[in-house]
Design a binder for this molecule. Sequence first.
Ligand code: NAD
Ligand code: UDP
Length: 340
Amino acid sequence: MLQGYERAPRTVLVAGGAGFLGSHLADELLAQGCRVICLDNFLTGSMENIAPLLNHPAFSFVKHDVCDPVFLPEKLDAIYNLACAASPPNYQADPIHTMMTSVIGTRNLLALAETNSARLLQASTSEVYGDPEQHPQREDYWGHVNCTGPRACYDEGKRAAEALCFDFLRLSRVDVRIARIFNTYGPRMQPDDGRIVSNLIVQALQGRPMTIYGSGAQTRSFCYVTDLVGGLMALMAIDDNPGQPVNMGNPQEFSICELAEQVRRAIPQAGDIIHRPLPTDDPRRRRPDITKAQALLGWTPKVSLAQGLEATIDWFTRTLPRASSPLARNEQGPDALICK
Ligand code: NAD
Ligand code: UDP
């Protein structure tokens, strides 16, 4: 059956480790005494995210695309698979590669985990629930996904990755854990990443109009990055495999208009709000039921939206290039309506 596991794994691979979540996870693993190998193709991650770690004696970096088989000389104890663009404009830019990253990439990392008898944690997503008809979302909900729409490369790719993971688990080939992550934000999101929190903060700091897609009545539940990283590590650490996916997110739900107002209040130079077209298949409501994570791991997010936004705004204020031109690459197109 599945191999035993040490509570503090010695050597950990973080695939997608140069990204937003992956780089924070690498920080925390190093702080806990692990040896960390970060693997990334820099599709949406950056060298800046891991630059402070490059001289750490327990850190190493491998530039690699998980769609290609992964071979590493070192014996691994644990693998976190975070490799995949997470922002809708980014994952839709090359949808076939996104799908292959989730399916072939996860297959390659499962093979690596099996060879090493390593535990694997798969970063899945609330997007497996699609535009949910059940609210809040519990893990036993099968979801409402458009399998032919523009989000399908991500949603269906992550669903297929979960299916692969569960087949490896049922066959006792790899001890797999699945975290279904809900919207998470914080320092090190790319300023032109296109997701709501980074877009609003960067636009407000630059005094540009803040873009709300559709009416802004759609909701999300925002988890601060340190809370999420703690949850991922707790899920990796428990000895009994949960045998089921585990939702991870902050159950406090906000409309996009409420979020924009909070950001606007926090940034004095913030401009007007403008509305732009709602992307196809944009989920209308999203909130995790985290009963399972609370019961299994004793895990509950602690950072409020106000606290998390303050820390994120502070980070963007310090790191945004002063004389930069507007970062509008991943913002929705024209037809804007200005709202005072
Ligand atoms: P991110 O885009 O900042 O990080 C993804 C990282 O994966 C980047 O460094 C990117 O370069 C790398 N990557 C992408 N494709 C790759 C490939 N084929 N081979 C190697 N590396 C590749 O996004 P994030 O927010 O840090 O998300 C990390 C993971 O968590 C993703 O798998 C994402 O689906 C999942 N997730 C995140 C959120 C969130 O709100 N942040 C929500 C749900 C799920
Ligand atoms: N959104 C928005 N303005 C933006 C970026 C996003 O109104 O500049 C909306 C988007 O349409 C969605 C919500 O904010 O309803 C969250 O979008 P994000 O891309 O952050 O994540 P996801 O849709 O994957 O939850």
